[in-house]
Design a protein around this ligand. Structure first.
Ligand code: UT7
Length: 328
């Protein structure tokens, strides 16, 4: 299910920012207390290290830092923001939305503010939602944040999952602008979900089911299989919607779960590794934060430039998956 065109307005990226907790945990450190090895983790996933939030450091703290940097990068004042969406599966509290805590810390006293729960596809779901608000004129300037502290929902005894994830946050500032000559902005978004696959990736707790927070559970091989199939399909859908092929894409900025999945997608698109932004090696899987973290890194180091075409894609718990094409 995709949307593009139609509106005289386009959601243009004004700025991007990211934040990672200070503490870095290497594969070797994990191998010292778990039956795993640097070799296994590197070979199967591409992960070498992850950042882990400090005690008392919350998802909203990471989100605030990333948001401030995105606003600074955009060169706008926080009070210009009238829509805040925080994509997260690790909210500070069951309610209210973590986005409202971020809002208060940024000094934004009135805006449309809510969290988006689509796990690892959360950022693409939030981006699509913000894009639709902006295109119909219900908001003008959006802050879209992906912020996670997955370290809090991991079973640190389960080597099959705990080595895969990390904490972090990223954010983008979008503004509704008239479609004009340079054609910059979100060109299309494509979202899907199929709840029949719940059991392949879920958290075994929650306020209504157990009254506890629970831990992440994943059938890795099953998710891997779905990822290859569904990401291929949604990427084809996104390219077709824009009359593009892989040759038109300057940068693939994928959700960072597994380097093997990312390499497979790049091969299918005919993209060399010099056109793929990889952060999974130093961030691990930060769920909804992985794409904005990767975008911020590519902008900061000068790889991603205004006017270039960026393809985003992600899949995660739900299962929910999606893609977006942006002229940066
Ligand atoms: O972000 C949401 C989307 N998530 C994903 O896209 C994740 C998709 N799945 C994956 O990335 C991969 O399936 C994993 C990285 C999770 C696992 O890789 P795999 O090649 O599918 O391995 P596996 O789960 O089939 O496990 C292979 C072996 C097993 O041992 P046996 O049964 O063959 O004796 C596991 O017990 O590796 C063992 N194993 C480990 N060994 C050392 C599992 N975890 C570890 C570990 N260290 N950390």
């Amino acid at each position: 299910m995709g949307v593009n065109g139609a509106s005289p307005l386009r959601s243009t990226v004004l700025g991007v920012g990211a934040y990672l907790p200070q503490r870095v945990v290497s594969n070797k450190e994990l191998a010292a207390r778990l039956d795993t090895s640097d070799e296994w983790i590197t070979e199967r996933t591409g992960i070498k290290q992850r950042h882990i939030a400090a005690e008392g450091e919350l998802t909203s703290d990471l989100g605030v830092h990333a948001a401030r940097r995105a606003l600074q990068n955009a060169g706008i004042d926080a009070t210009e923001v009238d829509l805040i969406i925080c994509a997260t599966s690790t909210p500070d509290e069951t309610f209210p939305a973590t986005a409202t805590r971020i809002q208060a810390r940024l000094g934004i006293n009135d805006a449309i503010v809510f969290d988006m729960q689509a796990v690892c596809s959360g950022f693409i779901y939030a981006l699509a939602t913000a894009d639709n608000f902006l295109k119909v004129g219900q908001a003008k300037t959006a802050l879209v944040i992906g912020a996670e502290t997955f370290s809090r929902i991991l079973d640190w005894e389960d080597r099959g999952t705990c080595v895969l994830f990390g904490d972090g946050a990223g954010a983008v500032v979008l503004r509704a602008m008239p479609v004009n000559g340079d054609g910059r902005g979100i060109l299309s978004t494509h979202l899907h979900a199929d709840g029949r696959f719940h059991d392949s990736l879920y958290v075994d707790g929650g306020p209504s089911s157990t009254g506890t927070v629970g831990h992440l559970r994943m059938e890795g091989k099953e998710v891997f299989r779905h990822a290859v199939e569904k990401l291929t399909s949604v990427v084809e859908e996104a390219l077709a919607a824009n009359g593009m092929t892989g040759a038109d894409i300057d940068w693939l900025v994928p959700h960072q779960a597994n380097k093997r999945i990312i390499d497979g997608m790049a091969r299918k698109l005919g993209l060399g590794s010099n056109r793929v932004v990889i952060t999974v090696d130093h961030h691990a899987n930060t769920s909804a934060a992985s794409i904005p973290l990767a975008l911020a890194e590519a902008v900061d180091d000068g790889r991603l430039k205004p006017g270039q075409v960026v393809l985003l894609e992600a899949i995660g718990g739900g299962l929910a998956w999606g893609a977006s094409v942006i002229r940066w």
